[in-house]
Ligand binder design. Sequence first.
Ligand code: GDP
Length: 349
Amino acid sequence: MPIQWFPGHMNVTKKAIIERIKEIDVVIELLDARLPGSSANPMLAELTGNRRKLKVLNKQDLADPARTEAWLAWYRAQSDTGAIALDAGETAPAQRLIKACRELAPHRGGMDKPLRVMICGIPNVGKSTLMNTLVGKKAAKTGDEAGVTRIEQRINLASDFYLFDTPGMLWPKITVEKSGYHLAASGAVGRNAYEDEDAALELLASIKGSYAHLLAARFKLDDVDAIPTTHDEVLLETIGRKRGAVMSGGRINITKAAEVVLHDFRAGILGRITLETPEQFEAWWAEGQAIEEARRLAKEARSKAKKGSRQAAQEEAWLAQDEDDESADADAEVDANSGEAGQGPSADH
Ligand code: GDP
């Protein structure tokens, strides 16, 4: 079943971002390098409009380097967009971050025109870790100043470079079914929004083609060439058996096997894996948009039909009313006539 995820509170965040964006020169979007497309929030693109953007692919230490390069190139080909890759292990990411932002907004700089940057990212993408690294190593934290609400933070990465944290929480918005599973696999979606078994099966489906050798090495699977065409359920069972997730009677404990697969992926034990390429994501996105559009049209048609049937019912009611009125008139006429007739005989008495 596709993952449904409605964490709410997005309207507050939306308003706060709209308010803040007016005085921002560059928007940094922190993405998970293992799932760059799926870890982006499409709403952010709407809110930030034609602002200059820096895509930061975080957790690059866990991602496939070749695919990270492909994603960076894909982002850099977009207008007013820069892209760099980072990881928490990097001790001084500030210089690279500052340089990339300055390149995007060369018209800003100096004390009278400081470069104002906002950093956004869905939960678990590593924003706190990065902010802490920035604060710890390079910057002075200045939160809680006039005009800055308590949930916002400004850190000065240089005397003319202000970095603002996103006001509010930027939750993922799942418009692409595959993205939901990739977000679940990465740990960005609430635990009760999905079953581990579904998430593990989808994860295996996404990686068995390109990363069969990593699966074979980690789970001691014999026939690496057969992995890409092995059914996901069979693959999960085999992994369960290899890892001793066996219940009494010899049945495989699938829940346990799923936990192992998810854990090993999240912790990077499986190896450096990126779940999606730009081309794949583009195709899923187009598909997702088409489904959303079809849904929107169906909803519109339903509400039109509802309105139509309400109108029809109303017209029917009016017609019925007219008929009632007419027959009441006719009755009254008959009554009136029969009254005259009736009066006649009685008058006769
Ligand atoms: P936030 O919700 O965006 O603030 O995410 P956190 O900063 O709390 O990070 C979520 C998890 O990802 C934590 O377990 C971090 O240690 C881990 N993490 C963050 N950045 C990196 C990174 O670049 N590489 C790796 N391997 N782990 C990271």
